[in-house]
Design a protein around this ligand. Sequence first.
Ligand code: AMP
Length: 289
Amino acid sequence: KRLTSIPAFRAERPKMGHLGFVPTMGNLHAGHVSLVERAKRECETVAASIFINPAQFARGEDLDKYPRTVEEDIEKLKRAGCDYVFMPSVAEMYPSGITLDIPDQQGTFIEVRGKSHQMEGIIRPHFFRGVATIVAKLFNVTTPNVAYFGQKDAQQCVVVRNLVHDLLYDIKIVVGETVREPDGLAMSSRNGYLSPSDREAGLCLYRGLSAAQRLFAQGVRDRARLHAAATDAINAEPRVKLQYVSLAHPRTLEELDTVGPDGAILAGAIQTSSTRLIDNVLLGVPDGL
Ligand code: AMP
């Protein structure tokens, strides 16, 4: 069932019972579907949202060309067992308005300080403020019991866990594993931007992360060797530019010299000629993210 306004969602919420919620920006792929299917197994009712959040885009990023495929998305959600799809308008979600120019923004925004400036935050300093703000708003409307996020966006999982902890939301966060194409490329709505050559070149990111993962499995724990395994594979591909490789503690996001008992997130970002790609693997994180 489509709910296209906040009052419409709130009117239905009492009927939903124990609710699993999957926030998305649409253009759904098997990664999104896996989260919905998991929510369906674990909750009485499942709601997904499709909302392209302006606050997490900077000027010059792809807000205007972000793929919009609502009818196909709704078909996929239905097949995955989703009961409700929430598709609010920008005006409703940002009642004080929203401009991409942060100094000119009006209204209320949420920052998860200490977890938003590393990794993705280096390249996209506005990004997690936008994410935390929209996730809080969506939680306030949908009041889920459980919310599902993908490990593909590992830092986002850490930011959301901190948001829930600090703002005292009574919501359980579940992280689903990254769904990949058969050749290893992590599924992403932005993969549609890739030319065939960029698509092939982009595989170097997961190739590098996987090489480090194999070293870790052989007992390697020191940063230099794990980091080099990832960056060497990326630097060997002339068609992409390495943005960062991070070996960080899975909760504090502090860069590690050695991987200890809590394990690590090994995350990377590259720029191809058509789009940027991010990916990560977990190295010995006992309970996942
Ligand atoms: P997005 O629509 O890109 O904002 O993603 C919505 C949710 O799907 C987020 O929690 C993402 O982490 C998750 N997601 C995106 N790509 C994948 C993937 N390849 N595997 C699993 N989850 C994913």
